[in-house]
Design a protein around this ligand. Structure first.
Ligand SMILES: Cc1cc2nc3c(=O)[nH]c(=O)nc-3n(C[C@H](O)[C@H](O)[C@H](O)COP(=O)(O)OP(=O)(O)OC[C@H]3O[C@@H](n4cnc5c(N)ncnc54)[C@H](O)[C@@H]3O)c2cc1C
Length: 317
């Protein structure tokens, strides 16, 4: 590999199942905008059926390294990747915000002293735009070598406008989303830890479109958005939105949940208020047991219906 190739942006994807995260797709899309080219390395830790559709979306000339690393453990991510890819000392890496990528980024920075840019949003080959200030504003930064950018396709999770409701942040629609989040609401909700009204999404939210709808709903209701570990593990929600034993503690006045089971590790860091509204298909789950209003229904349908009602109400004004 010559010197110039070291400076080509390198996207690293870890796939644990048959899918890759939306944030990893976002990293691929951003790297593909570099006019000088880019490289892609895929570490297969599970199924690989995502690979063909992904290849169809990127230029055929893209250099792709594929590694099957079945023994990838919870430690040593850096060594595994560095062994496979060689010298990373002058690299600029783009990754998703899934847990494998974040773990690698931490090891990368401790081994090489490289910088980690979290909440990265767009990249054009020379500069990168990241969300700053509790994700309330965007800032462009020059690329430094070595460094790793962790892409989050919805870095301003609670501030998207209604016009983007229901739109799945797909590879093709990333440009549109830039416009949608360019003017975040000024009345951004409070930090989770002192938020009076928290809307939390859990594993019962089974598709990214519904997660996006819930971020819109939280913004429209003035609620602060949170998530269970299931959603942070999927890479849909950034880690700082996780509520629970290994996330943030909350003590809201109103807690509104969608598809949250109410597992001990989640509820142990929730000061349960008088007003708990829960949408869940299982009437016997612990979350419903602590709720003052139980909505036994599909989370996606309830989210769509609430957005429709709010829009109808807005139009009537
Ligand atoms: C050491 C450790 C630390 C942990 N720390 C945390 C933590 O900080 N925070 C945290 O949240 N978890 C944490 N966990 C994980 C925790 O144990 C649970 O696995 C997790 O909270 C479950 O999240 P969930 O309720 O969103 O998902 P699931 O357990 O998958 O539950 C999904 C719920 O959605 C319902 N549902 C399914 N389909 C639908 C639908 N269509 N519409 C509506 N509802 C539906 C189901 O009935 C179910 O109640 C930790 C675990 C460990 C071991």
């Amino acid at each position: 590999m010559n010197h110039d190739e070291h400076h080509l942006p390198l996207v690293i994807i870890f796939s644990r199942s048959n899918e890759i995260s939306s944030s990893a797709r976002s990293a691929v899309y951003q790297a593909s905008k570099d006019p000088n080219g880019w490289r892609l390395a895929i570490f297969h830790l599970g199924g690989r059926s995502f690979e063909e559709p992904l290849r169809a979306q990127i230029p055929p000339s893209t250099h792709i390294d594929i590694f099957a690393e079945e023994t990838f453990g919870t430690k040593g991510a850096y060594k595994t990747v560095a062994k496979a890819l060689g010298d990373l000392e002058e690299s600029f890496l783009l990754m998703g915000c899934d847990s494998d990528s974040q773990r690698f980024a931490v090891e990368f920075s401790s081994q090489l002293g490289g910088k980690i840019l979290t909440n990265a949003y767009t990249f054009d080959g020379t500069s990168i735009v990241v969300a700053k200030g509790n994700r309330s504003r965007m800032e462009a930064q020059a690329i430094e070598y070595p460094s790793v950018a962790i892409f989050n396709p919805s870095p301003i999770a609670t501030s998207r406008t209604y016009s983007s409701a229901g739109k799945q942040l797909a590879y093709e629609s990333a440009e549109e989303e830039v416009i949608a989040i360019a003017s975040p609401k000024s009345d951004a909700p409070a930090e989770l830890s002192d938020a009076p009204f928290v809307l939390c999404a859990g594993g019962g939210v089974s598709d990214l479109a519904t997660w996006n709808e819930l971020t819109d709903l939280a913004g429209l209701l003035g609620a602060t958005l949170g998530a269970t570990r299931v959603l942070t593990d999927r890479g849909w929600a950034p880690n700082e939105l996780q509520i629970g034993a290994t996330g943030q503690g909350i003590s809201p006045k109103v807690y509104f949940t969608f598809g949250v089971s109410g597992a001990t590790q989640h509820l142990s860091n929730v000061e349960i208020p008088d007003k708990v509204i829960s949408v869940n298909t299982d009437p016997a789950c612990p979350m419903i047991a602590v709720s003052s209003l139980a909505v036994i229904s599909d989370a996606a349908s309830v989210a769509v219906e609430l957005l429709r009602l709010i829009k109808e109400d807005d139009n009537a004004k």
